[in-house]
Design a binder for this molecule. Structure first.
Ligand SMILES: [Zn+2]
Length: 236
């Protein structure tokens, strides 16, 4: 077993900072560094995966990440149509209410001008409540907007939260940012609340065998700076 200079150095730093660590801990740290492993815990699925990409890949395959959903998108309601006889207009912006399409257009226009951001006129410090009215069919005609039919769109719902997202990649992004936690190999091995995903577990088990651990100790024993650690591990 060869251990690169850089890896030896980071292992030594780790040991210097954690003087009492046992052999398995040191070995687990070594594995993590060597393989650039980035295990993640998916708490709501009670599973630990080798890395985030693997979690996404496996959960997508099992249909546990997102589902397709249909939503209806309505365009804003028309304010004026061919049956409108009277319109109420904001003099400051393009807001309009038609008498037949609003239950109370006069109250509505009052409320609107009181809050209209483009109404800069003040009376006694309050926005002035001034609005325009027209019953001229030619005038009303300018305000008729064609209403578009609602459209149906496919979106994606998160299996975990039920929230809707516009795309699969947005669900995946939400998943990796909000539903996965980094975990070390050591933490993964030292707990029993969560399951370690099968392939990840078997690859860990292949690495965590006595033969490989002995080879690790033997390699380190070639270097003087590891002597105190190796001695302690061998004794115990
Ligand atoms: Zn307005």
């Amino acid at each position: 077993m060869a251990i690169s200079d850089a890896l030896r150095k980071s292992l030594l730093n780790f040991l210097d900072e954690n003087k009492k660590v046992d052999l398995l801990t040191a070995y687990a740290f070594f594995l993590q560094e060597r393989d650039g492993a980035e295990p993640v815990l998916f708490p709501s699925g009670k599973t630990i995966y080798q890395n985030a990409d693997e979690a996404v890949r496996l959960l997508e395959k099992e249909g546990k990440l997102w589902r397709e959903a249909q939503v209806q998108i309505h365009f804003s309601r028309e304010s004026v149509n061919a049956e409108t006889k009277k319109i109420y207009l904001c003099p400051f912006c393009s807001k309009v209410y038609g008498d037949n399409l609003h239950p109370n257009p006069q109250d509505a226009i009052y409320d609107h001008v009181a809050r209209c951001p483009q109404n800069k006129e003040r009376l006694g410090g309050l926005p002035i409540k001034r609005f325009n009215v027209s019953e001229d069919p030619e005038m009303i005609k300018h305000y008729i907007t064609e209403r578009k039919e609602p459209i149906s769109k496919t979106v994606y719902s998160s299996v975990i939260t039920g929230k809707l997202f516009n795309s699969k990649s947005a669900v995946v992004r939400d998943f990796t940012h909000n539903h996965l936690k980094s975990i070390t190999i050591l933490e993964a091995l030292g707990q029993n609340r969560f399951e370690i995903e099968t392939h990840f577990l078997s690859s860990l088990q292949k690495q965590m065998n006595d033969e490989k651990i002995s080879a690790f100790v033997e390699e380190l024993s070639k270097y003087e700076e590891f002597e105190p650690y190796v001695e302690r591990w061998v004794e115990s």
